[in-house]
Structures are given as C-alpha cells and as structure tokens.
Design a protein around this ligand. Structure first.
Ligand SMILES: *Cc1c(COP(=O)(O)O)cnc(C)c1O
Ligand code: SF4
Length: 342
C-alpha cells in the first residue's frame, strides 16, 4: 500500500507535476492499494494505471465546481441523493481502497466523513419506504466494500426490511483495487440477502490491464450467485482515450461475463481537467468502436450534464436528414439509406 511520498518514491521516479502535488496537495488523499501498485510499470512515466492513481499538481486548479452534478442540492437525507425519479444513490462511505485521481465525487470521497451511521441508515430506509416510486438504489460512496462485514450486513438487513422490491446496485472498484476483500464470509452475507429484487454488480474497469486473474475471480463470485455484472468506465486522457485500448477492454469485459454499460465523459469536477478528453475526440472513438464491437460489447458513451442536467447519451448521429420520401440515414459503411416516413 502506498500512502506517502516516500513510499511512492521507493516505487517510481516522480515527474515534476507529480512531485509538486506534495507541496500543494488537493483534498483527495494519495492511496494506492497493493493490487493496483502491482499493475504499475515504474519504468513507464506514462503508465495508464499510474495516471489514474498518482496525484498531479494540476489537481489544484480551482476553475471548475466541486459539485457540478448538483448532488448536494438533491440530498434527500444525510446520505441519500435523489436526482432521478426512479433511482437514488446512497453514499455508504467516503472511503476507497485506492483513490482515483479522476474521482467525480471528490467533494466527499476520502474526506473523513466515514462509514454511514446507523441513524443515517434508518433515515435512508424510511425515505425509501415513503418513496415507492424509487425502484433502484445505487449503493455507492466511496466504495461500499470498504465497509466492515458487520456494517454491510446491517445495511443490507435494513434496506431489505424496508423495501424487498428495491433493486440494489452494488457499485464498486474494489474488485480491481482489493480483490482479496471478497472473502467467503463476505460472499455469505451477500448470499443471505440475495432474495426479493436482484442485486446488480456495477464495476469500474478503465483499462484492459485491470482485468487480472484476481479481479475476474472476484467478479465471478457475484456471477455465480446469479448477480449480473455491468461495467462503467470513465474516458480518461492518456489512460483509455484510444480505440484499440477500449476495444480490448470491452471485448475482455464481455468475455468475462461483464456487460460494458457506460463509458462516461469526465464530469466538470474541480481538479480533473487534465484528465478530460474533448467530446469531439470521444465521439470519434465512439463511432469507430461501434464499427468494431458487437452490440453487446458496446458501452453507451454518456455525459452527466453540468448543473444537475442529467445523463445524456453521446453518439454519432446516423439520422442525417428527412425529405418528402423519407428519413435519410448514414450507414456504418459510409453510404446513405432511406426509410419511409410512414
Ligand atoms: C447516474 C446516477 C444514477 C443512475 O443512472 P442510470 O442511468 O440509471 O445508470 C442514479 N442516481 C444518481 C445520483 C446518478 O448520478
Ligand atoms: S473508486 Fe469511485 S469513489 Fe472511489 S476514488 Fe475511485 S471514482 Fe472515486
């Protein structure tokens, strides 16, 4: 585990922008788990895993907001964010086993807010009881699986008691950052609560190298309980803003029974500008990926609009026009086709 400058310098030679962060640190702490540390090639200053984990002085840029998605104003209870009618998100803890420098929730992540309290669990449970229109709950943070077995058991007990009909999304990067967390006792707890509406596993793999034997095995434990797995990647400059890299990532995910769900455009969160990919480039990547990948391997390139605008899908527009004879489409091979109006 790497937490200090010295531990980091023992592993790799810091670049100037990385070194400078320690004199002007951002609020998000340095923390790299052993599993992720092993994936970094110390000889490569542009290593894609390193870029996600080693802090950079450019994080100090204060141009952007800390809460562009308006999560604070949509807080329904102490830890519950209700921004979309039918789904809500519960911030179960601010902790993660490793902190991603692109974290969009850095106003909260790693701030010492700590695990959700029993009172906050009760508040969330009673809100969910009163709001039957909510059909899906995202258990997120931070990372849900940094909670102790005991806390997790209690949380799931309360949620299942309140709403057995509520789909629970288990949102985690721990399968990558701490695959050893998924012990038989933890999986027993998940199994015991696996009744009523389903659990869904939502992972975050951003680079094909993160699909290790251990992380695949951790996801497999959920799949063998009948819990389907979906992946949300973030499009990151110098990490995966490359068609070949994403093609390999998406195919490997599907091959390991994980459906690529979203490819997120970076949110306009303070301190992440240097990791953002321009939308124009993102759209080019999306169009090329769509040609190369099967429909099931293809994630939805998506932007969560600033000022709490909501999620919108970004895609090349194949419907290019309309005349008296019909709609005009661009076909994937570059030609055009017509489809009648009625
Ligand atoms: C993204 C998000 C969701 C889930 O959106 P889906 O499009 O259904 O995956 C729910 N709540 C919050 C606050 C979110 O940011
Ligand atoms: S795992 Fe998620 S919450 Fe934790 S630092 Fe990474 S992006 Fe943020």
């Amino acid at each position: 585990m790497i937490k200090t400058k010295r531990e980091l310098e023992d592993r790799l030679t810091l670049k100037a922008d990385e070194e400078a962060w320690f004199d002007h640190p951002s609020s998000l702490p340095l923390l790299i788990s052993d599993a992720l540390e092993r994936l970094i090639d110390p000889a490569d200053p542009h290593d894609p895993i390193r870029r996600q984990l080693v802090p950079d002085v450019r994080e100090c840029d204060r141009t952007d907001s800390l809460d562009p998605l308006g999560e604070v104003s949509h807080q329904a209870t102490g830890r519950l964010i209700h921004r979309y009618g039918r789904r809500a998100a519960l911030l179960t803890t601010d902790r993660c086993f490793a902190y991603c420098r692109h974290c969009f929730r850095r106003r909260f992540t790693g701030t010492d807010s700590g695990p959700i309290s029993d009172i906050q669990i009760e508040e969330a449970a009673s809100y969910l009881k009163e709001h039957g229109e909510i059909t899906e709950l995202l258990l997120t943070g931070g990372d849900l699986f940094t909670l102790s077995d005991q806390k997790l058991d209690h949380l799931l007990t309360c949620l299942k008691e309140a709403r057995e009909d509520l789909i629970l999304r288990l949102c985690t990067r721990s399968v990558v950052s701490m695959p050893s967390r998924f012990t038989s006792s933890l999986m027993e707890i998940i199994k015991r609560h696996n009744h009523g509406a389903p659990f869904l596993l939502l992972t975050q793999f951003n680079h094909p190298r993160e699909l290790t034997e251990e992380s695949i095995e951790a996801v497999g434990k959920f799949i063998s309980l009948g819990i389907p797995a979906f992946n949300q990647s973030v499009l990151l400059a110098g990490v995966n803003d490359d068609v070949d890299v994403l093609e390999e990532l998406c195919n490997s995910l599907l091959m390991n029974r994980i459906k690529p769900y979203y490819l997120f455009q970076c949110d306009l969160v303070q301190g992440t500008a240097h990791l953002r990919v321009p939308i124009e480039k993102g759209l080019e990547i999306e169009a090329e990926l769509r040609k190369r990948l099967s429909g099931l391997a293809m994630p939805q390139y998506t932007i969560d609009l600033p000022e709490a605008g909501g999620k919108v899908i970004l895609t090349h527009d194949y419907l290019v026009g309309k005349d008296s004879e019909g709609y005009i489409f661009e076909s994937p091979d570059g030609g055009t086709r017509r489809y009648p109006l009625k």
